[in-house]
Design a protein around this ligand. Structure first.
Ligand code: OAD
Length: 247
């Protein structure tokens, strides 16, 4: 058994409220590329060319080409054991929550309840204007999209992926929900490089609240030194093993 797992299982068994913050590493076993690390997206592409409001204003076709490719990649992926275990937890206990930075919606496809999506969803679009008539966002799971760039369903202006780009603020209500979820007994930070704020600050908020904290990641991150337990192993394996120890 992975070292420390029995202790974490004991903490989880005793916990009323549990929150898991997830990042790209949770979807790695599904085949969704991560952003950092040896083969991460930001090794091959420049975030400033593809994931900023300026990049989109300059070249919406290029940005949509990249998002179209990512949508195609993600459409071929299935949730893995990490998504499944976390989804099971949220269905078993309504006070166990998942907060994710991932835009792939694999947590939703696994059946996670009350998911908090900090960075939006790659399957949702919004008007780039935004026009007064448009709903804030709409869902379109077609792969490929019939038009690239796609258009606002109401005003016809260019639509954008409803995701948070570098230099943009997170949705205030979503961030509030995430911070509310840090008021918990056990906080897990899973498969995230813990570099991008405000998400990376959630584990500190949980610790200040008094939560027991643990990290599951292939490698050490800036969060490793301050959590109570670290597991340097794949999330899909640690979580599956953990689930066998819970009632
Ligand atoms: P990163 O790509 O920065 O980090 C992925 C983390 O997952 C790394 O620390 C890996 O070591 C770890 N990892 C990889 N495979 C794993 C596995 N099977 N089990 C456990 N850990 C594994 O992804 P995020 O931290 O999610 O933002 O990135 C945060 C944000 O930066 C993203 O949401 C995105 C990106 O730029 C926006 O697009 C706004």
């Amino acid at each position: 058994m992975t070292k420390g797992l029995a202790e974490l299982a004991e903490r989880l068994r005793a916990a009323e409220r549990v929150t898991a913050l997830t990042g790209a590493g949770v979807s790695a076993a599904s085949g969704v590329p991560t952003f950092r690390g040896a083969d991460g997206l930001w090794r091959h592409f420049r975030a400033t060319d593809l994931a900023t409001p300026d990049a989109f204003a300059k070249d919406p076709d290029l940005v949509w080409e990249w998002y179209g490719w990512r949508r195609e990649t993600i459409a071929r992926c299935q949730p893995n054991a990490a998504h499944d275990v976390l989804a099971t937890w949220t269905r078993r206990r309504s006070s166990w929550r998942v907060v994710t930075q991932n835009v792939d919606d694999l947590h939703l496809r696994a059946g996670t309840r009350d998911l908090v999506r900090l960075h939006g969803s790659i399957w949702e679009l919004s008007c780039s204007t935004p026009c007064a008539a448009s709903p804030r966002r709409w869902r379109d799971e077609r792969v490929p999209l019939p038009d690239s760039p796609p258009r606002c369903v109401l005003c016809g202006a260019v639509a954008r992926p409803a995701v948070v780009w570098f230099g943009e603020s997170l949705d205030g209500d979503v961030l509030q929900e995430a911070y509310a979820a840090t008021e918990c007994d056990v906080f897990l930070t899973i498969g995230t490089s813990a570099l991008v704020y405000p998400a990376a600050g959630l584990v500190d908020a949980a610790r200040l609240y008094g939560a027991f904290t643990a990290e599951i990641n292939l490698e050490a991150t800036p969060a490793s030194a301050s959590v109570d337990l670290t597991f340097h192993a794949p999330a899909e394996i640690v979580l599956a093993e953990l689930e066998t120890l819970l009632p």
